[in-house]
Design a binder for this molecule. Structure first.
Ligand code: HEC
Length: 265
């Protein structure tokens, strides 16, 4: 009993001392004027110094910070100023294409472009199978004729139903992807002249048979009949970007939309 009371007294005393200590500390802190109140700007905080009360200062009009002049360079825009005053795309890479650049391009392409354009770039990716507008086929005459910086420009600004990829891909990666698209185009249009003489070229049907793959492996890639089509190939809606523009273009067949189920009676 007695011990308990003593214990409580001790606790109360301790609390009192703690309070006094804190008060003393606070008082001491209140006297500090040195580093605490510096005349400095704190990011994202207001300031009484300027008329607009903003601590962060906007860039002075018509000036460019050192190292930030991106507008006028082909590397950042993919276009050059033409003599007629319009911007012009070029069939030119701003840096040499090495195997390393192509590998990086392939890796980025497979991450960001294949969901719609597919790994071979025919525009029939998984998302298109599920109803997205057919993406461009990189092997048709229109796309083959486009200069390489067009691909860079499309990734930078988007194109029709395609969103832009400027946030996901840095300029150097966009160029790497553009270079890889050229490699893809070559891979799908290679001829026997492209292989060193004396090398035996196998036919795709034979390769499929040897590897035990289904015969359809060597056939043109088509959308499966299970594909959903939110975008029927209807002349009134315009021609999908991947539709063959030339009779010589690789044919891609799009199954007709499934008929609407008959209304339940
Ligand atoms: C979400 C789906 C989607 C993704 C992902 C996508 N695209 Fe596309 N892309 C499209 C569609 C759809 C079109 C056709 C646009 C139209 O006609 O409205 C297109 C068109 C294009 C074209 C043709 C433009 C023209 O002039 O006809 C290029 C080049 C292209 N895409 C490149 C790319 C590259 C490179 C990537 C990866 C960085 C990519 N796309 C990722 C959907 C996509």
């Amino acid at each position: 009993m007695e011990a308990n009371r003593l214990n409580q007294k001790g606790k109360a005393l301790g609390r009192g001392m703690l309070l006094a200590g804190t008060a003393a500390l606070l008082l001491a802190a209140g006297c500090r004027q040195d580093m605490q109140d510096q005349p400095k700007m704190i990011p994202q905080r207001g300031s009484e110094m300027f008329a607009d009360h903003r601590g962060a200062r906007p860039q002075v009009l018509n000036t460019v910070a050192r190292g930030q002049l991106h507008e006028d360079s082909y590397f950042y825009t993919g276009v050059v100023q033409d003599t007629n005053g319009y911007r012009k795309e070029q069939n030119l890479m701003p840096f040499p294409v090495t195997m390393e650049v192509l590998k990086r391009g392939q890796e980025r392409f497979n991450v960001y472009c294949t969901p719609c354009h597919s790994r071979v770039g025919n525009g029939l990716g998984e998302i298109v199978e599920r109803g997205y507008k057919p993406a461009a086929n990189f092997h048709d005459q229109v796309r083959l004729a486009q200069p390489v910086s067009h691909y860079f420009y499309v990734m930078t600004h988007g194109y029709g139903a395609m969103p832009d990829y400027s946030a996901q891909l840095t300029p150097v990666d966009r160029w790497a992807v553009a270079a890889y698209i050229r490699a893809l185009q070559l891979s799908q249009a290679a001829t026997t002249q492209d292989v060193p003489s004396g090398v035996q070229v196998k036919n795709l049907q034979d390769v499929a048979a040897e590897d035990g793959l289904p015969a359809s492996y060597a056939q043109p890639w088509t959308l499966p009949s299970t594909a959903i089509q939110a975008y029927p190939h209807d002349a009134k809606q315009g021609t999908p970007a991947m539709a063959p523009a030339n009779p010589a273009d690789p044919k891609i067949s799009i199954p007709a939309s499934k008929p609407a189920p008959a209304a339940a009676k």
